[in-house]
Design a protein around this ligand. Structure first.
Ligand code: NAP
Length: 349
């Protein structure tokens, strides 16, 4: 395939990284007008400064740029409705790369026509968050194993009690639900610590660091063997509510749960009941069924729950890693090869 792809930057990006992308792949024409995009307040600030507003003229200019693109770097304004408008207005649009790893959700929310889903390739930034999220998973599992809530409570009360035994990840069995980029990294670090790792996949039979791979339909059958669970699944119709009362009821009592995938995978009411009954002993959540987590959620008040407002994936290297995924995919796209991280437009992940 021989062509020069016009790539319009539709999301906040540093000028430096824009230049780097252009240098890496001279077969693209990267169009980046920073004056039409919000300012980034920090690394990985893909939404940008919310106080930013375009004048009417700037809005027209922005839309004209979007409508001239073969490719969009980012979902414009991180807004599925703007993506839909652009797909309607620009019949040339052939590829959109989302900043989010779970960008399939944005594509689903855009409610594109079959023709648009057929014509436009959607790719995500899956994989770039694996390292920080694996660390968060480890942080949650360690907090559970080392009884963080009890330590904090006793310290607050200046209470020196009899000694008690803490869990050791090296002696624990951890279930990693989902063995994509994040799940594999979680398995890698856990196996290095000596944990026994069970993982789930609908396809894979063997994954480094994972001693047994089970089908997600069989979660309940292994629940009684595990001391900790790390959820890394995307939010799709098929994964919604996958972990509920039956699963929590089958766990080894006092197990730790970490969720870094999507909140919709866990039935929060069932989780709260399992925390109250002690079936689940400690929880670390970066994602929630509803975000922001509603103020009335009982999770806010539980001392054995860590609430992270969907922030555990952010890192100083994220923007560069996303650009690397994009550059690699641009070469594949131009060479007519299969792109990486293509959104499955039936399940939308
Ligand atoms: N907390 C955050 O800020 C943050 C950041 C990045 C990503 N995420 C979330 O984490 C998700 C995973 O990220 P990733 O980079 O690991 O993605 P990935 O490499 O695409 O892996 C996703 C895995 O999910 C599994 N899966 C998909 N649908 C399933 C289903 N119906 N039942 C069981 N398993 C299913 C797939 O496993 P098989 O095909 O092997 O069955 C696949 O390996 C993203 O989609 C996103 O929602 C959250």
């Amino acid at each position: 395939m021989s062509m020069r792809l016009r790539v319009v930057v539709a999301t906040p990006l540093t000028e430096e990284l824009g230049r780097w992308i252009q240098e890496q792949e001279p077969r693209i024409e990267l169009v980046h007008d920073a004056s039409l995009l919000p300012h980034m307040r920090h690394a990985a600030d893909h939404g940008g400064d919310p106080s930013f507003h375009r004048t009417e003229q700037q809005q027209r200019d922005f839309e004209a740029l979007l409508d001239s693109a073969d490719v969009l770097y980012g979902v414009p304004d991180s807004d599925p409705a703007v993506l839909k408008r652009t797909a309607d207005a620009n019949p040339k649009l052939r590829w959109v790369h989302t900043m989010a790893a779970g960008g399939g959700g944005q594509v689903k929310a855009a409610e594109l026509s079959d023709e648009q889903l057929e014509r436009i390739v959607f790719t995500t930034s899956a994989g770039v968050h694996a390292k920080p999220l694996a660390e968060f998973a480890l942080f949650g599992l360690l907090a559970g194993a080392k009884t963080l809530d009890r330590l904090q409570r006793q310290q607050e009360n200046r209470e020196w009690t009899d000694r008690w035994m803490m869990g050791q990840l090296a002696q624990q069995t951890i279930l990693v639900v989902g063995l994509g980029g994040i799940g594999r990294r979680v398995a890698e670090v856990l196996s290095a610590l000596g944990s026994t790792v069970i993982g789930t996949s609908r396809r894979e039979t063997s994954v480094p660091g994972v001693s047994s791979v089970i089908h997600p339909d069989d979660l309940v059958t292994v629940a009684g063997e595990v001391d900790g669970v790390v959820v890394t699944l995307p939010g799709t119709d098929a994964t919604e509510g996958l972990l509920g009362t039956t699963f929590f009821g089958a766990l080894r009592p006092g197990a730790t749960l970490v969720n870094v995938g999507r909140g919709s995978v866990v039935q929060e009411d069932a989780l709260v009941s399992a925390l109250n009954s002690g079936m689940v002993g400690f929880v670390a959540l970066d994602v929630f069924a509803t975000e922001p987590l509603p103020v009335e959620s009982p999770l806010w008040h539980m001392s054995n729950v860590i609430i992270s407002p969907h922030t555990a994936a952010l890192s100083a290297t994220e923007d560069r890693l996303i650009a690397e995924v994009f550059v690699d995919n641009a070469a594949r796209f131009l060479d007519g090869k299969e792109v990486r991280n293509r959104v499955n437009t039936r399940e939308f992940y």
